[in-house]
Ligand binder design. Structure first.
Ligand SMILES: Nc1nc2c(c(=O)[nH]1)N[C@H]1C(S)=C(S)[C@@H](COP(=O)(O)O)O[C@H]1N2
Ligand SMILES: [Mo]
Length: 421
């Protein structure tokens, strides 16, 4: 069997022996974790070694090495020598965050946190806030312009609003503009913005926007935007500014996001979509075909992951651009592995996502990933096109209800597969 491996970040795969055991226990109806996500599968499928081996490779949180970067500064801040990193506030020891008024606006802050006045927030100051309130939640990092998730994380931080309140904002404030270290070169500024209302208040079921200093239980590395980055739970990556150093409160009602250039939809919340991780490019007739993938749950969640195996010689139906009438079959959404949590994390997880029995409140959780798997059987010899998609919790199939690419990629993925004689 020849493998068609995704070389991209959908390859969120690492050794994960226990996932397999659990998956197959569940398929036999013995629910180790108390989940009822999976239907019961026939015995010979449970023993399918190919699928078993593939599922074994799926890890829930993305390791440091596997996480993908989207970054544009030259030199890259985290590649500067230590003395420079210390000088520029790119280490915990010297990091400073300003919360000041937009110089071009009439906003009023009674206690600006500024470098000039020596009142900027430092890392111990942030940790003092963390003692009172820190939050830990799951979120997938995805670039709206890249087809696969960049990485799945458990992010820890202090709600941004707690820092903004320190600055005693008073009047004429409608948006929050923010930016990170950019080599003190105006051409390298990468910035984003949010409505003040979203920063101060969370809709039910939503996480706060955080100033994040830990990922997967470890200090946030320079490569991931450390010592401190913004994390906006529901948004694409460009809102989650790395190496955060400056926050401007403004009366400007318009966004100033760097990503507003190049036609990006800067208000887009993440979309639901499925991608392949493993499928065999070629398989002998008579052998079952194991496939695995990853699905991202966007703002409307996921109710199903589906696949469609179409003989290549068959025409795609006309007048049905998203193949809504095709023979889609349900894949199995794999549950959150009970051992998904890094050992370093001993503090409470977000009660919005995880209940007191350490179980997710819904599955898949919105703004996170789930893995999925299927075994395709009885496929005659021939060339095929294999596609996958999600159905959201409103019952709407990918790429609807928001097919516009610049609001985030969610095209139905298509790969080729050959069944040989
Ligand atoms: N300071 C800064 N923050 C940034 C960027 C950047 O280039 N500079 N890229 C953004 C974009 S477009 C994305 S998709 C995410 C990617 O986050 P990651 O590199 O941790 O995967 O970071 C965002 N934050
Ligand atoms: Mo991005």
């Amino acid at each position: 069997m020849i493998d068609g491996e995704m070389k991209s970040s959908a390859d969120l795969s690492r050794e994960h022996a226990t996932a397999t055991r659990r998956y197959f226990l569940q398929r036999m109806g013995i629910s180790a974790a108390g989940f009822c996500v999976l239907p019961l599968w026939a015995n010979e499928e449970i023993l399918n070694p190919e699928l078993q081996a593939r599922i074994q490779k799926l890890a829930y949180l993305t390791s440091t090495e596997a996480f993908r970067n989207v970054e544009r500064h030259r030199p890259l801040p985290y590649k500067l020598p230590l003395d420079k990193r210390l000088q520029y506030g790119l280490e915990r020891e010297t990091w400073k965050l300003e919360v000041i008024k937009d110089p071009e606006s009439n906003s009023r802050l009674r206690n600006p946190l500024s470098n000039e006045e020596g009142t900027a927030l430092d890392f111990p100051g942030l940790m003092k806030l963390a003692e009172k309130q820190s939050v830990r939640f799951l979120k997938v990092m995805t670039c709206n312009n890249i087809a696969d998730p960049l990485g799945m994380g458990l992010w820890e931080g202090v709600p941004l609003r707690d820092v903004i309140w320190l600055a005693k904002p008073d009047k004429n404030i409608r948006r929050v503009f923010y930016r990170g270290f950019h080599n003190n070169n105006p051409k390298q500024v990468f910035q984003s913005s949010l409505p003040i209302g979203r920063v101060l208040e969370d809709p039910p079921g939503e996480q706060p926007i955080i100033l994040c200093y830990k990922l997967n239980g470890s200090p946030l590395e320079g490569q991931r935007g450390g010592p401190v980055r913004m994390i906006v739970p529901e948004a694409y990556g460009f809102k989650s500014i790395k190496w955060i150093q400056t926050i401007f409160l403004t009366n400007n009602h318009q966004a100033n996001d760097t990503y507003a250039k190049q036609d990006n939809d800067i208000d887009s919340q993440m979309k639901s979509y499925a991608r392949f991780i493993h499928w065999p490019k070629s398989v002998k007739a008579g052998n079952p075909i194991p496939i695995t993938g990853v699905a991202q749950a966007g703002m409307s969640g996921i109710s199903k992951v589906q696949y469609w195996l179409q003989p290549e010689k068959e025409d795609v139906p006309s007048g049905d651009p998203y193949f809504s009438k095709a023979d889609w079959l349900d894949a199995d959404i794999l549950p959150l592995p009970p051992d998904w949590k890094p050992e370093e994390v001993d503090q409470p997880l977000s009660p919005i996502q995880i209940d007191s029995n350490q179980q997710p409140r819904e599955w898949p959780l919105r703004h996170t990933i789930a893995h999925w798997a299927a075994l395709i059987e009885n496929t005659p010899k021939g060339n095929y096109v294999l596609r996958c998609r999600t159905i959201d919790r409103n019952g709407i199939a990918q790429p609807m209800p928001r097919p516009f690419q610049k609001s985030g990629g969610n095209k139905i993925q298509k790969v080729n597969l050959k069944v040989t004689g």
